[in-house]
Design a protein around this ligand. Structure first.
Ligand SMILES: Cc1cc2nc3c(=O)[nH]c(=O)nc-3n(C[C@H](O)[C@H](O)[C@H](O)COP(=O)(O)O)c2cc1C
Length: 405
């Protein structure tokens, strides 16, 4: 499990909305990412869900009072404001948004927000009539201008039974926004990056295909890391079990032929291509339109080569950047360097599939980076998101060099 939020402190403020029950899942997912969570609940929130639930889930006492009967810390609102790397108010009522926009600090949550200098995110949830209220809208506008962030509510079924805007944002989008607030940078701001990921499936008949064990994790990690750095990312993915950020444009494909077609089309609008997909090199020469019968006595499978996408792209890349991946089992470095030059790549990432922790399906990987001047950098075994960081650091440098040249 990816631990991108390890050692990060998140103050999770819960206010009085029916959507409060959904926050158990938000808390869990943030914990899975390694974050330490301190829950603060308003008095109204406690009508909807008990502090005991969050105390149990977070393994911390839940803060409910600005003036508790047994005071442990003199100015806990100040120390908690310093402790928090980020404050997430989820769900955020119209009331808490209005109070903060007006500078009111009359309970623990509004006071800690007043004392904090960390990013504050609101995930509003309310009925559609409240969402359209002009006082609420002008409060949001005011706060946004001051640098407070909003995870906009969605359209859908509301607690009142009505259907309309005001439903708490999808939990994935909430987690994504917290990650952006804590880890985001503008290192690749507005750079248009195209990433391919996952395996391809080469069909023999309608129900059988040839594939490989690629999980897509490496390509997805690169796409998400690029997005955290402010890039506009398009991800072309073969079949995987993975989900990605909602602001990443996802195009799903199955075959190498589809991948080639979509990649060439998309490449026209991108500045960087990172080809992390495990594309089949061969596909069946003939595709049977009908399922081949089990009773067939003998079945000889003839294969033909698929298009070499990287080569086709490399030939017309101009001054754009192309990063390839290689997986070799013999004379790995020599073959990777040949591939780099043949396909006019700027950088090649050589997978070292042997050894514990690296290779298909793992959360970790061990790769070697080779650039066009044949400089070789061996990376240690690390999490795939860390590998993604190394690759994107190189991409950022290459982009800088192109600007200077
Ligand atoms: C059943 C019920 C559901 C409510 N749901 C919401 C809601 O989804 N969003 C909202 O802004 N207010 C909602 N309210 C109103 C708030 O609970 C109320 O404004 C309260 O004062 C908010 O306090 P707080 O912001 O300190 O938590 C609801 C009230 C009730 C009784």
């Amino acid at each position: 499990m990816e631990k991108r939020l390890e050692k990060r402190h998140i103050l999770l403020g819960i206010t009085g909305s029916i959507a409060a029950y959904k926050v158990c899942e938000v808390l869990r997912l943030l914990q899975h990412q390694g974050a330490e969570i301190q829950v603060v609940m308003t008095e109204s929130a406690q009508h909807f869900i008990t502090p005991l639930t969050f105390e149990t889930l977070s393994d911390h006492e839940v803060i409910t009072d600005l003036f508790p009967s047994h005071r442990t810390v003199k100015t806990r609102h100040v120390s908690m404001a310093e402790w928090a790397d980020c404050i997430l108010i989820c769900p955020a009522t119209a009331n808490i948004i209005g109070k903060i926009a007006s500078g009111i600090a009359d309970d623990f949550l509004s006071t800690v927000v007043m004392a904090s200098r960390s990013p504050v995110l609101f995930a509003p949830a309310m009925d559609y009539q409240m969402v359209r209220n002009s006082i609420y809208l002008s409060n949001c506008e005011k706060l946004e201008k001051l640098g407070y962030r909003f995870i906009s509510p969605e359209e859908g079924e509301l607690a009142s039974g009505a259907v309309g805007p005001g439903r708490l944002a999808d939990i994935r989008r909430i987690i994504e926004s917290v990650k952006k607030a804590l880890l985001g940078s503008d290192n690749l701001k507005q750079v248009r990056i195209l990433v391919t990921a996952g395996p391809t499936q080469e069909f023999l008949d309608p129900v059988r295909y040839l594939t490989n064990p690629s999980s897509g994790k490496m390509g997805y990690a690169i796409a998400e890391e690029a997005s955290l750095r402010g890039a506009d990312v398009t991800l072309i993915s073969g079949p995987t079990d993975l989900q990605t950020f909602q602001n990443i444009r996802l195009i799903e494909i199955k075959t190498a032929e589809e991948l080639a077609r979509v990649t060439k089309k998309e490449w026209k609008d991108h500045q960087v291509l990172i080809m992390a997909a495990a594309v089949a090199d061969f596909r069946p020469l003939k595709l049977s339109r009908k399922k081949i019968k089990k009773e067939t006595a003998e079945w000889v499978l003839q294969l033909e080569q698929t298009e070499d996408i990287l080569k086709s792209i490399g030939e017309k890349k101009g001054d754009r950047i192309v990063v390839g991946f290689a997986l070799e089992t013999e004379n790995a470095e020599r073959h990777a360097i040949q591939k780099l030059h043949n396909k006019k790549c700027d950088l090649i990432c050589l997978n070292n599939p042997d050894g514990p922790g690296s290779g298909f399906g793992q959360d970790t990987n061990r790769i070697t980076l080779i650039d066009a001047k044949e400089n070789v950098e061996h990376l240690l075994l690390m999490e795939k998101w860390q590998v993604a960081q190394h690759i994107l650091d190189r991409v950022a440098l290459l982009l800088k060099e192109k600007v200077i040249a």
